[in-house]
Ligand binder design. Structure first.
Ligand code: IVH
Length: 712
């Protein structure tokens, strides 16, 4: 695969995992694997700068905020951190920062000299362009006032105090726009609702919300007692707990917070250093972590890192590393930031803890897309902050590569303290004659359909679409909020309908026998009517949501929107070749192949026909037919809309544009004719429009444009 395609593939995969981690709080891969993908992308971009894309995840932070909460625009962006994985990378960070300071200072001195009419010597001019390095430059800088902090494993939030009162709290979101979680933050015991008299007019405090281990264990004990599934780890549970629609649930979760920096400040004391800032926050009663240590050399910072490693499991909360920051604020200012991370700080990521345990057996589980994933059944072992009894082994090749066999003693770790991982066997402890594990030939469900290895990702699939193991997952996915949004068709009912033989694929949802359902235990007249109404309503969902519901491999919600937008009708997507699909902006070769393959399957085609017969909406917007009658004022124009516009729903505004012959994609590019800005617009679209010189219109100008086709 060439670099361009690999970059496209990496971007696709990283975005997918970003969404799972930041928005869904349900990562699928260990942090270490994610970091590896990111690193590979960074390296490729560095080697091929001409292929670097401004929308690459290496240039952005987190994921777009969920639509469940009101958006909050951060007045100062909430940034991420660059990582260092060993001592060499920590040194390299300091060297880079020092060189940068020299370059910045030399350039500034040259500019000043220039503005005073002083002639520069050739060498100085070169330095003025910022080409000077620590080795060649006359100046030298030593960054030795550093602050070492723990890297808390939770989620970043920003608290805004106005005149000492907590008025707003927001998640980081994509760094520019986060989610309003004020009501939830107010339930956190360590977060003061009011600051003492004399607090600044405006004080934005940034920090990490986390779940202490004791709270996590108590929550899981409660789950056990109620026979409910356990939570996987404190970080995701903290994120899920903070992003509850009902703050009274957040209140029961025992969340806590550590503050580690400030955003906007007005009317505060003059503070020269980061350590003084933290002391100030502490004096206001805000929670500041007591392990924070100011040091005077990189060597001392490294010692801190080593201490972190030693004490990480004695702490009552989880950390995933240490953060080293330049202490002096004027130096921080001089160093500045890249688009995603400050240059004055670096995160040292701790390697995950490892333990040994017994591998009892290897089983296979079937996912909602039919993927057969082998997993290790382990003797329970406490590692990385929780007990591990199972661990994914990903696929056949991984099992073979690791050479793990049932009966082995194996090394287990919690990669990034999220997902347990089996590293390999302790060969010295292997009983003699232990046989290799062989991938099962058939699916574990009662139909025992064949498991076939397909594609180039070494995965086996059960292609028997009525396999109850995957059917349940698919139907739940189809009915989920972001797909066809069928209320009253939850996990338990799906299971019940499958067991009753009422549903063998998602198409059967639309021919359910409600009389029969009404006779089942737990169903009254009202619940049957509610279910029937919800199913009927789902037929009007958009094409994009229908695509989400089809559960096509590699397709996320955003990609579904892109496809719906580009093709306008399910039939056109079904007919499209791989090349047609891959031509669409935002669709890479992997997705194109997967979409094409999905629609080639006869079983899937039958399902689509059932959905068609049931009257589901296959067109991008149902207004399209009447729309042709309207004057085509926007022909050839591409109008992007951000934020809510009075009198329109989100889909409605797109329909109004298309009805007049225009296009309305989800993002701004050089092809955009105008950006229309409504209530709570997305900052990134605005920024991009400004950068590209795309005209920005308000609601009234938009109305005029619709009518006349002229930008006022
Ligand atoms: S400073 C502009 N300090 O790590 C600098 N971040 O990987 C912003 N984090 O988004 C971050 N502990 O959520 C900082 N002591 C600490 C931290 C910390 C945890 C998180 C934070 C950030 C992420 C970046």
């Amino acid at each position: 695969m060439d670099a361009e395609n690999r970059i496209a593939e990496l971007i696709e995969r990283i975005r997918y995992h970003d969404q799972l981690y930041h928005t869904d709080d349900a990562p699928e891969i260990p942090d270490a694997d994610y970091d590896r993908l990111k690193r590979e992308l960074l390296e490729l971009e560095a080697a091929h700068p001409e292929l670097a894309r401004p929308d690459s995840p290496t240039q952005t932070v987190g994921a777009d905020p969920s639509t469940l909460f009101a958006p909050v625009e951060h007045r100062m962006p909430m940034m991420s951190l660059d990582n260092a994985f060993d001592r060499g990378e920590l040194n390299a960070w300091i060297d880079r920062a020092q060189r940068r300071l020299i370059a910045v200072r030399t350039r500034r001195a040259a500019e000043e000299a220039n503005s005073q009419g002083v002639l520069l010597l050739a060498g100085e001019e070169k330095r003025a362009e910022g080409e000077v390095t620590a080795e060649t430059g006359a100046t030298s800088v030593k960054l030795d006032n550093l602050v070492c902090e723990l890297k808390f494993d939770g989620l970043a939030v920003s608290l805004r105090y106005e005149n000492g009162v907590l008025v707003q709290a927001a998640t980081r979101g994509n760094g520019r726009v986060g989610e309003d979680i004020t009501a939830n933050i107010l339930t956190l015991k360590p977060v003061p609702h009011r600051l003492p008299a004399g607090a600044p007019q405006v004080l934005e405090v940034r920090g990490e919300v986390y779940m202490p281990l004791a709270a996590f264990d108590a929550l899981n004990a409660q789950q056990d007692a109620e026979g409910k599934p356990r939570y996987a780890n404190p970080r995701n549970t903290a994120a899920g707990s903070l992003r509850q629609k009902d703050p009274s649930i957040t209140a029961t979760r025992g969340l806590s917070m550590w503050c580690y920096s400030v955003g906007e400040v007005q009317g505060g004391p003059e503070l020269a250093t980061h350590s003084a800032t933290l002391e100030y926050l502490d004096s206001l009663g805000l929670p500041v972590n007591p392990e924070t240590t100011a040091v005077e050399s990189v060597d001392a910072a490294w010692q801190f890192v080593e201490q972190c490693e030693a004490m990480r499991h004695d702490l009552p909360y989880e950390i995933d590393g240490a953060v080293i920051k330049v202490d002096h604020l004027d130096l921080q200012q001089e160093l500045g930031s890249t688009s995603r991370a400050p240059r004055w700080a670096v995160a040292y990521k701790l390697p995950p803890e490892e333990k040994t345990t017994k591998l009892f057996d290897i089983h296979v589980s079937i996912g909602s897309k039919g993927k057969a994933t082998p997993f290790a059944v382990l003797e329970p072992v406490f590692v990385g902050g929780s007990t591990v009894a199972m661990a994914t082994l990903h696929n056949e090749d991984q099992v073979r590569e690791k050479d793990v066999r049932p009966g082995d003693t194996v090394v287990v770790r919690k990669a990034g303290d999220v997902i347990p991982e089996v590293l390999g066997p302790v060969l010295a402890d292997r009983p003699s004659g232990l046989p290799e594990w062989v991938f099962p030939e058939v699916c574990p469900c009662p139909h025992r359909a064949e498991l076939k290895r397909e594609g180039d990702d070494a995965a086996h699939y059960c292609r028997f679409l009525q396999c109850p193991e995957q059917l349940r997952g698919w139907i739940e996915h189809f009915a989920a909020r972001n797909a066809l949004d069928i209320e009253h068709l939850g996990e338990q009912r799906v299971r019940q309908f499958i067991d009753l033989g009422l549903i063998a694929d998602v198409g059967d949802i639309y021919t359910l026998d409600f009389d029969l359902i009404g006779q089942q235990e737990g169903f009254g007249e009202l619940s049957v009517a509610n279910l029937a109404t919800a199913i009927e309503a789902s037929k009007q969902q958009t094409l994009a949501r229908l695509l989400v519901g089809l559960n096509i491999r590699h397709l996320g919600d955003t990609t579904c929107e892109v496809l719906a937008e580009a093709f306008g009708h399910l039939d056109r997507i079904m007919e499209a070749s791989v090349d047609d699909l891959a031509e669409v902006d935002g669709i890479g070769p992997v997705i194109a192949g997967s979409v094409h393959e999905f629609f080639r399957s006869e079983v899937n085609q039958d399902i689509i026909e059932k959905l068609r017969a049931a009257g589901l909406n296959f067109a991008e917007d149902s207004d399209q037919i009447e729309a042709e009658a309207l004057p085509q004022t926007l022909e050839g124009m591409t109008i992007v809309v951000t934020g809510g516009l009075e009198g329109y729903t989100r889909d409605g505004v797109g329909a109004a544009i298309k009805a007049r012959g225009g296009k309305s994609p989800g993002s701004v590019s050089s092809k955009t004719t105008a950006l229309v800005v409504g209530e709570n617009p997305g900052a990134s679209k605005l920024d991009k429009a400004e950068k590209l010189g795309v005209p920005v219109l308000d609601g009234a100008q938009f109305e005029q444009l619709l009518e006349t086709g002229v930008i006022a």
